[in-house]
Design a binder for this molecule. Structure first.
Ligand code: BGC
Length: 352
């Protein structure tokens, strides 16, 4: 293991954050911080050997603490939205904070993305690091003492593997994701509209007019701008006046990944002609939120970069958003004493 911890600044409350570097022989290199168990940088050589950093991020913990974009962060206990910031579980009502109108987004202002996680030295594997978080009963409003961990691992075949585990002593909701914003030309290269996207999804979940919550419908992508079953440039239909795209200011929708959840399968592929870098996303979760950074504006990022609208794309693997409040959506509830595990793999390569 070649892990070199570096200081990454201090939080407002004076806690020191650490930056750890993971490296592999094939040139893929990742920097991760214990603040938010966040992926800060992901460097990979392009087709000409020039190293590019493929994810948006900040230079120190300050950016992550004050930012609202969730660059590279681990989101939990529940990613995406919960209508009315309330849900019923086993006959009991639970209240979360409303931080997007009346709804809850990414578990509210005190989400796991804004906590200092513990680095678990003992669990280190080659080119891997595990972050651990204890989330007490009632934390953010959720029931159950939860012990959660996230492991980042660089694998020999050029992939970043993210593995989640959690156990709770009461039934609870869990829906953890990574909120990486990818740009296959480099984090500071402008927008991603010319980059190609393919999504392994026959269906997506349209959003409401008044909020970004799913309406509850599971709609076919066929014949709509949401049809990424064959590779298409991200920008091809993004300004076409589609009602659903208009509601979100771009793509910000949940896609239902083909195949059986619980088994690792391909969710998405992306490619840039300019850099020759391609990526694939594999997951055992049922869905993926494809978000085109519609609300990113003037964000002062790493190394002097300023990120604007559509300067990256997110592929946030997840359960159906707001499923606990949506008849017809499959709901995942973590049962007491049962171990929850999920894996998402971001694999990088060069297009031949
Ligand atoms: C949401 C977006 C939101 C972004 C940053 C995404 O998961 O779907 O609407 O702007 O996260 O919070």
């Amino acid at each position: 293991m070649r892990r070199t911890p570096r200081e990454f600044g201090k939080t407002f409350s004076g806690q020191a954050a650490e930056l750890c570097r993971l490296t592999t022989a094939n040139g893929l290199e990742a920097d991760v911080t214990d603040y938010g168990a966040t992926l800060v940088s992901l460097r990979y050589p392009d087709q000409n050997g020039k190293v590019r950093d493929l994810v948006l991020g900040y230079d120190s913990v300050l950016g992550y603490e004050t930012g609202s974009c969730y660059f590279g962060a681990t989101v939990g206990r529940n990613a995406n939205r919960i209508r009315g910031a309330v849900f019923d579980l086993n006959g009991q009502e639970y209240h979360l904070s409303a931080n997007e109108g009346r709804n809850n987004l990414h578990s509210g202002p005190n989400g796991y993305s804004f906590r200092l996680w513990q680095i678990r030295e003992a669990e280190q594997k080659e080119n891997a690091i595990t972050f651990h978080l204890s989330s007490p009963d009632g934390d953010q409003g959720f029931p159950g003492n939860l012990e959660a961990s996230v492991t980042y691992e660089l694998t020999g075949d050029g992939a970043l593997k993210i593995h989640y585990e959690a156990v709770s002593d009461q039934s609870t909701l869990i829906n953890m994701t990574n909120h990486g914003y990818f740009n296959l030309n480099g984090h500071d290269s402008g927008n991603v509209l010319n980059q190609w996207m393919e999504l392994e999804a026959e269906y997506y979940t349209p959003v409401c007019a008044s909020s970004a919550l799913p309406t509850g419908e599971i709609r076919e992508v066929a014949g709509t701008p949401f049809d990424f079953r064959r590779p298409k440039k991200i920008g091809q239909e993004i300004e076409d006046g589609d009602i659903q795209i208009g509601r979100a200011g771009g793509y910000d929708h949940n896609f239902v990944i083909n195949g059986v959840s619980g088994a690792l399968r391909k969710a998405a592929s992306a490619f840039s002609e300019e850099s020759g870098i391609a990526m694939e996303v594999w997951t055992d979760l049922p869905c993926v939120q494809f978000y085109t950074a519609n609300f990113v504006e003037g964000q002062k990022g790493k190394e002097g970069a300023v990120y604007g609208k559509r300067s990256g794309f997110c592929l946030e693997t997840q359960y159906f958003p707001n499923s606990i409040n949506t008849p017809g959506f499959p709901v995942f509830v973590l049962q007491p004493g049962k171990r929850w595990e999920a894996t998402t793999i971001y694999r990088f390569y060069h297009m031949a």
